[in-house]
Design a protein around this ligand. Structure first.
Ligand code: KIV
Length: 289
């Protein structure tokens, strides 16, 4: 991708057709959105993983549509080029088509997202078709679907037996035919992910699904090594920010305690310059305030 215009669902399909891989990351706030966007991520997913990563829950189940809309708004302010996807949280779409339509509309209208994502395969095909007909692009999500944590009996690799593989293919076909613009394939064997990717016309975005997908997604905090104790097989850490942050904060604490911070240059003096406006906190470039 050389263009700086906004990535949209058609750009993503063209990338698949050209064999260009799609880079997706999760984002939950405006500052991270700006950084990931400037670094070239094509899609920013405001994932309900924020229930675990940001809120500290053990699953994604407690996340509400209001919380998703809040984080989507922040990410949408920070992203200039990337396509912003809002994740539909648990029980914001499972009760009825109408409920799903209303809540997807909230993520678009209140959250400023460019599309929504929902978990489930053939069971969600009708909702996907209705969303698309209403002008709301929808991304599917099959394999390990974290909102079904209790039904699945935990976070487990899916599609390992022949029946499971056949179901995954059927689910992917149903979502593709319903008009999903992309499908997340989470924690499934690489060979079935490759077969699905070759079968469906829309791009597949893998997480723990091998190289045969049309794109990859990771939780940004995992890729950046924010939690030093968390290293599942499918994550590659590109930084050790958890360690870096702790070292930086430790140095700050030491300086505060010893009186080495702030220096005169970091303090204001009386006189003319004291009345001048000063920058207060950083805000992502391009943020709409
Ligand atoms: O919630 C999320 O962040 C996700 C991705 C990991 C695919 O669904």
């Amino acid at each position: 991708m050389t263009t700086t215009s906004r990535v949209n669902i058609h750009t993503l399909r063209q990338m698949k057709e050209r064999g260009e891989k799609i880079a997706v990351l999760t984002a939950y706030d405006a500052t991270f959105a700006r950084l990931l966007d400037e670094a070239g991520a094509d899609v920013l997913l405001v994932g309900d993983s924020l229930g675990m990563v940001i809120q500290g829950h053990e699953t994604t189940l407690p996340v509400t549509i209001e919380e998703m809309a809040y984080h989507c708004r922040a990410v949408a302010r920070g992203a200039r080029r990337a396509h912003v996807v809002g994740d539909m949280p648990f029980m914001s779409y499972q009760a009825s088509i109408e409920q799903g339509m209303q809540n997807a509309g909230r993520l678009m209208k209140e959250g400023g997202c460019h599309s929504v994502k929902l978990e489930g395969g053939a069971a969600q095909a009708e909702l996907v078709a209705r969303l698309v007909a209403a002008g709301i692009p929808a991304m599917g999500h099959i394999g390990l679907t974290p909102q079904s944590f209790h039904q699945l009996g935990g976070f487990k690799v899916q599609g390992k037996d022949p029946g499971g593989r056949a179901r995954l293919l059927d689910d992917a076909r149903a979502l593709d035919e319903a008009g999903a613009y992309a499908i997340v394939l989470e924690a499934i064997p690489a060979d079935i992910a490759r077969e699905i990717s070759a079968t469906v016309s829309c791009p597949t975005i893998g997480i723990g699904a091998g190289l045969g997908c049309d794109g990859q997604v990771l939780v940004s905090y995992d890729l950046l090594g924010m939690d030093e104790s968390f290293k599942p097989r499918f994550v590659r850490r590109y930084a050790e920010l958890g360690k870096t942050i702790k070292e930086a904060v430790g140095a700050y604490v030491t300086d505060v305690r010893s009186g080495a911070f702030p220096s005169d240059a970091e303090s204001f003096a009386a006189g003319k310059s004291a009345a001048a406006a000063v920058p207060l906190y950083s805000t992502p470039a391009g943020a709409k305030r």
